[in-house]
Write a protein that binds this ligand. Structure first.
Ligand code: PEP
Ligand code: MN
Length: 355
């Protein structure tokens, strides 16, 4: 594939895409766009059709919002982008002069939908950004890029918005940075935008994720902005005001393009992000393990059984030390780690017994 950049920024500055999760009213759209135009952002986003996980939430204003985006272009000079998931969305967006389209995570996941959009795009040359699928499947993401490219679209970029998960996480969608990094390795010309809003799902971590994306050499950011975030009709918890965005962008550290050093830093940042994700998973698992210890404690209490059963503890220790050795973990490390976990489990059960 001979993919061309959509943004082609030169001076090492990130591409900034901002705007509300959803278009709600002309007033809200214009207020956001006017504030963002002052910050020289590169592209104004607003969802017109909203794919929602469950029915009953706000599903977007629909085509009545498209003239508002046209007005943004006319009055602020900003280029505009919206999400398309069906052929009708593509036709309507093209009719209203939308500059760039994007495919959402729930569309990328479905080859039938991606192909429907690709077919509708035949004969146009509108740039398209493709979000990662909701599941961590790099091939599915690449498949969507290929379908759009094969329809004759040469200007393609991707948006990394993290991946769905089950269970606790600090992220709304876990970033799994190694997936976009591998995509970039396979397609070095592909611009990668980090959608920190949908990765974080909350405001207080947006800056850290944006910085991480910069450290990993992403090309830009997509951040949801709303004049009154708490009152937003969708994704209220993660949206920030244009003013807050200004502060966030002002604090970003953009590293110099000192090549040797830079590649060292990138590789290091890559390894560290993998370590951070593994640590987060370890913590979640340990938390879960302790919850079960708590349940066991209650069960033992109800049945009047003592906390410590030496035979069970010996069995765990012996078995896991052997398994650890198979994975290159020393006996000393395995036994002290297991002892610490076991002790915490005993403490948890002892608390329960006391109740
Ligand atoms: C959005 O950008 O508002 C959106 C619906 O995102 P995603 O497709 O990443 O869930
Ligand atoms: Mn959103």
């Amino acid at each position: 594939m001979d993919i061309q950049p959509i943004f082609n920024k030169k001076n090492n500055q990130p591409v900034i895409i901002a705007g509300p999760c959803s278009a709600e009213s002309e007033k809200q759209i214009m207020a956001t766009a006017e504030a963002l135009a002052k910050q020289n952002i590169d592209l104004f986003r607003a969802g017109i059709w909203k794919p929602r996980t469950r029915p009953g939430s706000f599903e977007g204003v629909g085509r009545v919002g498209l003239p508002w985006l046209k007005k943004v272009k006319e009055e602020t000079g900003l280029k505009v982008t919206t999400e398309v998931a069906k052929k009708d969305h593509v036709f309507e967006a093209l009719k209203h002069g939308i500059d760039v389209l994007w495919l959402g995570a729930r569309t990328t996941v479905n080859p039938f939908s991606v192909q429907e959009v690709a077919d509708a795009l035949q004969g146009t040359d509108i740039p398209v950004m493709i979000k990662n699928p909701i599941n961590p499947d790099l091939k599915l993401w690449i498949g969507a890029i290929e379908r759009i490219y094969n329809a004759g679209i040469t200007k393609v970029a991707v948006i990394h918005r993290g991946f769905s998960h089950h269970g606790d996480s600090d992220f709304r969608n876990i970033p799994r940075w190694q997936i976009p990094i591998e995509l970039k390795r396979q397609f070095p010309n592909l611009e990668i935008i980090c959608d920190n809003s949908h990765i974080c799902g909350r405001r207080d971590t947006l800056a850290a994720v944006a910085q991480k994306a910069m450290d990993l050499d992403f090309d830009g950011l997509m951040t949801e902005t709303h004049p009154d975030p708490d009152e937003a009709w969708s994704d209220a918890k993660q949206q920030i005001t244009p003013e807050t965005l200004k502060g966030l962008l002002g604090n970003l550290v953009i590293r110099e393009a000192d090549l040797q050093n830079e590649s060292f830093k990138k590789t290091l940042a890559h390894f560290r992000s993998e370590i951070d994700e593994i640590d987060a998973e370890l913590l979640n698992l340990l938390g879960k393990r302790m919850q079960i210890a708590d349940q066991i404690g209650r069960y033992k209490k109800d049945n009047n059984i003592s906390i410590l059963q030496s035979s069970r503890w010996n069995e765990i220790l012996e078995k896991q030390v052997v398994k650890g050795a198979e994975k290159g973990l020393s006996m000393g490390f395995m036994s002290s780690m297991l002892r610490a976990i076991h002790q915490e489990s005993i403490n948890t059960q002892a608390e329960v017994m006391k109740d």
